[in-house]
Ligand binder design. Sequence first.
Ligand SMILES: Nc1ncnc2c1ncn2[C@@H]1O[C@H](COP(=O)(O)OP(=O)(O)OC[C@H]2O[C@@H]([n+]3cccc(C(=O)O)c3)[C@H](O)[C@@H]2O)[C@@H](O)[C@H]1O
Ligand SMILES: Nc1ncnc2c1ncn2[C@@H]1O[C@H](COP(=O)(O)OP(=O)(O)OP(=O)(O)O)[C@@H](O)[C@H]1O
Ligand SMILES: [Mg+2]
Length: 273
Amino acid sequence: MRDLQKEIIGDLGVKPEIDPASEIEDRVQFLTDYLIKARARGYVLGISGGVDSTLGGRLAQLSVERARQQGHDASFVAVRLPHHVQSDESDAQAAIEFISPDRRVTFNIGPAVDAFEKEYGLGVDARMSDFTKGNAKARMRMMAQYAVAGDTGMLVVGTDHAAEAVTGFYTKYGDGGVDIVPLAGLDKRQVRLLVKELGGPEELWNKVPTADLLDENPGRTDEDELGLTYETIDDYLEGKTVSVEVAERIEAYYLRSRHKRHMPAAMSDTWWK
Ligand SMILES: Nc1ncnc2c1ncn2[C@@H]1O[C@H](COP(=O)(O)OP(=O)(O)OC[C@H]2O[C@@H]([n+]3cccc(C(=O)O)c3)[C@H](O)[C@@H]2O)[C@@H](O)[C@H]1O
Ligand SMILES: Nc1ncnc2c1ncn2[C@@H]1O[C@H](COP(=O)(O)OP(=O)(O)OP(=O)(O)O)[C@@H](O)[C@H]1O
Ligand SMILES: [Mg+2]
């Protein structure tokens, strides 16, 4: 195995093989323990219709049910956060159906993002790029989730996992701005496996991943943007041999995105050198 591959696997805590049932149990217990220790009233998570939030949402719901059994006042809020109308709304509804959240709310981020884009145009005297607007959508979703969490004494769940962490494929302080990451250490096929084990519908655990942040290229697949397949990212993370070209591409993403996996750089830090 390549030296950096070994370092990355250790850093992100990926296991080459998992037992889905015990992974689910450990992650639900982690969410329950953390909630009780933090004296929080529950969890909040945006549900997109993708496989990551389907898993994060179901684990969070199971954890608050467990906390309630132990006498704690806890609940889970599933938040729909469409940018106006979402083309795969039916998948989002299927995910919510499967998760069976205590409470569901919808916050259309479209008007807020549009107003933000307009003020940017006036104040900065330039057109905001579609890419930057996409990151603004992710940050608006973060704001919406923190507003719900702040008013209810809850914590915001994140869906970051190893196959996203390794490439830094998330928006800093957008979907990366969260309180707890129960999917950490899983690669993408392991995420799918856990949703399948939990009894989720195949159309969700088998769904093609998309950040779906662009107006000009709706539903663009992650794999198209990354220039890598999750199969190869997962193989790399499980310590398997991938082509040198693929390994170098993954490692370049990893090194470039180090700033996303640390607190903001201070003079005493050395990780960036
Ligand atoms: N060396 C460094 N040290 C400290 N900070 C550094 C830095 N380099 C950039 N930065 C900062 O980071 C910013 C760039 O990071 P960021 O704003 O995140 O933007 P960036 O990484 O350029 O874009 C986010 C990527 O994540 C993808 N994404 C986003 C959201 C969800 C999903 C999904 O899978 O659903 C995917 C999205 O498609 C895009 O490819 C720069 O503007 C700069 O402020
Ligand atoms: N339209 C949306 N509605 C609600 N939440 C969203 C929406 N889009 C993104 N999110 C939130 O941002 C997170 C990051 O998006 P990401 O695309 O990585 O995950 P996903 O959609 O759940 O799964 P996949 O990566 O397979 O598409 C989601 O898990 C979800 O919490
Ligand atoms: Mg998605």
